[in-house]
Ligand binder design. Structure first.
Ligand code: IPM
Ligand code: MN
Length: 364
């Protein structure tokens, strides 16, 4: 829920901000700079509340996501996240107990990752032009191999067994597939949905996905459809990404495919994601997908475009389309002037890139 109450009052959105670890705070600072500028230009207000969550807090207090913090986040209109992770913390703790817990507790069942090649950005895949790369990945974000079910048997012995289950519920698959078909009808999309899976081997989970996909497709006769095996999808992503408009896939396949797709679009410096709970009253979370980049922390060399693009996604989900269009214009102006999307090779500092986007967004 957003909005301002009485007639004529300023529209206001309450944003919970988790700057997090590493370069998270640096890129979120630039994101908020841009968001505040476009809010002023479009006449609405962003009320931000910062939350101290992430590796630093965990090392200090042992807490990952205390219940009161979760309840405050539940109450926000949207969450803006930098990155969480810490070289001194064993892998799995912050991922499971903070990031994935937020996704699960808030039932952010779609991980939406738009992939565009902005004019002037070099893709490591030679010969690709902006018109060849305009896709939206709809990654199931609440189950699959991420559900955390399974276990050990005789752990630490020569006979040990580890099981990690992929949980696929009809409800979970269906709501994600429906979101993908819905998205394909929206302005700017091309009315096509591809299912990426591995139905030739995953004959139970794949069968469920394929049947649900076919059922939902039958309700949308105007939408074109295709199926690709996930391994072949990796080839097509490099050889012919133009065949993809909306791609829907499960959690694990989506994790891998979207890193490859992010590389195609110029790397983690530009790749943004939205963890969406599209249901009424749902709270969604927006993040650059590149992580904490410890090597670049505190140097002003990290590329904030991904975080700014995540802010653009947040504005869209808050219904602030005009402000989102401004951010898009600002990003396009900035990237046309940047030497590279790679950290430390941009030709500008992190803050200067934020300024360039802001100027372009205000002028738009
Ligand atoms: C991502 C990340 C996360 C994931 C990790 C940090 C748990 O890789 O958002 O893609 O696997 O989903
Ligand atoms: Mn990932």
């Amino acid at each position: 829920m957003s909005g301002g109450g009485s007639e004529g009052a300023l529209r206001r959105h309450r944003i919970a901000v988790i700057p997090g670890d590493g370069t998270g705070p640096e890129v979120i600072r630039e994101g908020l700079k841009v968001l505040r500028a476009v809010a002023a230009a479009e006449g609405f207000e962003l009320q931000t509340v910062e939350h101290d969550l992430g590796g630093e807090r965990y090392l200090r207090t042992g807490e990952t996501l205390p219940d009161p913090a979760l309840e405050e986040l539940r109450d926000a209109d949207a969450i803006y996240l930098g990155a969480v992770g810490h070289p001194q913390i064993k892998p799995g703790i912050l991922e499971r107990d903070l990031l994935l817990r937020l996704r699960f507790e808030l039932d952010q069942y779609v991980n939406l990752r738009p992939v565009r090649l902005y004019p002037g950005v070099r893709s490591p895949v030679g010969g690709l032009a902006p018109e060849d790369v305009d896709m939206a990945f709809v990654r199931e974000n609440s189950e699959g191999l991420y559900a955390g079910t399974g276990g050990f048997f005789r752990r630490g012995t020569p006979q040990e067994v580890a099981l990690q289950d992929s949980v696929n519920t009809r409800r979970g698959v269906e709501r994600c597939v429906r979101f993908a078909f819905d998205l394909a009808t929206r302005p700017g999309r091309r009315g096509h949905v591809t299912l990426a899976h591995k139905t030739n081997v995953l004959t139970y989970a794949g069968d469920l996905w394929q049947r649900v996909f076919d059922e939902v497709a039958a309700e949308h006769p105007g939408i074109g459809t295709a199926y690709v095996h996930v391994d072949a999808a990796c080839i097509y992503l490099l050889e012919n990404p133009g065949r993809f408009d909306v791609v829907v896939t499960d959690n694990m396949f989506g994790d891998i495919l979207t890193d490859l797709a992010a590389t195609v679009q110029g790397g983690m410096g530009v790749a943004a994601g939205a963890n969406l709970n599209p249901d009424p009253g749902g709270v969604s979370m927006f993040e650059p997908i590149g992580g904490t980049a410890p090597d670049h922390t505190g140097r002003g060399t990290i590329n904030p475009i991904a975080a700014i693009a995540a802010g653009e996604l947040m504005l869209r989900s808050l219904g602030e389309d005009a402000a989102a269009a401004r951010v898009d214009a600002g990003i396009r102006r900035a990237v046309s002037k940047m030497r590279s999307m790679r950290a430390a090779e941009m030709g500008f500092s992190t803050a200067e890139v934020g300024d360039l986007v802001t100027e372009g967004a205000v002028d738009a």
